[in-house]
Design a protein around this ligand. Structure first.
Ligand code: ZN
Ligand code: FE
Length: 276
């Protein structure tokens, strides 16, 4: 009898948590020319995170409007357009700042350094840290597996990937392999609205990809109305993102690399995009 009660209670708890996880609220704040800041709210605990606050004021305005208290900042990397709001937000809300341990010296106000495999709890929701060097040496992304959400900063973009400022093509390729392996339904929240320009380049290396052609039509319509094209999904990226399609025979034949290694094809696609 007792065990039945326990089982019922725990299954009720599991359902409650599942329901809460579906309720994870994400608010996308467009700032600067093409950046996105993300507010992530877990309603059961009331805990709220902000991912890559380029600026403080637009975040403070929404916290105020929603009556949310900021629990933590999650930084993906040290660039100013991802950490610019750190110190003001920390000072005004008392939040903790979480970022890569290896970037401790260049993340303003950092409280906790994390690395590959570390778990961060936002109320009932769990994020795993994945290390993705390439754009910068210390770049990390935050993966909420149960919520099927990835905050990937400047590593993976819709139809693109970050420029190689501090890492090698080999490093970025390995980082992208980790993201490629995530479930297809994972929603990809990247930090820049670069999709339309990325798509034009993607078409230059895969002009006959029907899914890419269709996606570009949708993207063009959205941008005409100044609407965001982010988030996308891993499934969409696998079908259309040239930086995840180094094994596509059509793409390889366009760039004359039919027999090259995957990482070499990736490196060449990245070089071509830099000159596009
Ligand atoms: Zn960056
Ligand atoms: Fe950036």
């Amino acid at each position: 009898m007792l065990s039945l009660v326990c089982r019922n209670t725990s299954s009720l708890y599991v359902h409650l948590i599942a329901w809460v996880r579906k309720m994870l609220t994400i608010i996308q704040i467009p700032v600067l020319t093409d950046n996105y800041i993300y507010l992530v709210h877990e309603p059961l605990s009331g805990e709220t995170a902000v991912v890559d606050p380029a600026l403080a004021q637009p975040v403070l305005d929404i916290l105020n409007e929603k009556d949310w208290r900021l629990t933590c900042i999650l930084n993906t990397h040290h660039h100013w357009d991802h950490v610019g709001g750190n110190l003001e937000l920390k000072e005004k809300t008392g939040c903790k700042i979480i970022a890569a341990q290896s970037d401790r010296d260049r993340i303003p106000g950092i409280n906790a350094g994390v690395s590959e495999g570390d778990i961060i709890m936002l109320g009932a929701c769990r994020a795993r840290v994945i290390s993705t060097p390439g754009h910068t040496s210390g770049h990390i992304v935050y993966y909420f597996a149960e919520d099927e959400v990835l905050f990937c900063g400047d590593t993976l973009f819709a139809m693109g990937c970050g420029r190689l400022f501090e890492g090698t093509a080999e490093q970025m390729w390995s980082s992208l392999q980790k993201l490629k392996a995530l479930p297809a339904s994972t929603r990809i929240y990247c930090t820049h609205e670069y999709t339309q320009a990325n798509g034009r380049f993607a078409l230059s290396v895969e002009p006959d990809n029907p899914q890419l052609q269709q996606r570009m039509e949708v993207i063009n319509q959205l941008r005409e109305k100044h609407l965001p094209t982010v988030p996308s999904t891993i499934e969409q990226e696998l079908a259309t993102n040239p930086f995840l399609r180094e094994d596509s025979l059509a793409l390889r034949s366009v760039i004359n690399m039919t027999n090259s290694k995957s990482v070499e094809v990736f490196a060449e696609v990245r070089r071509l995009k830099d000159r596009f």
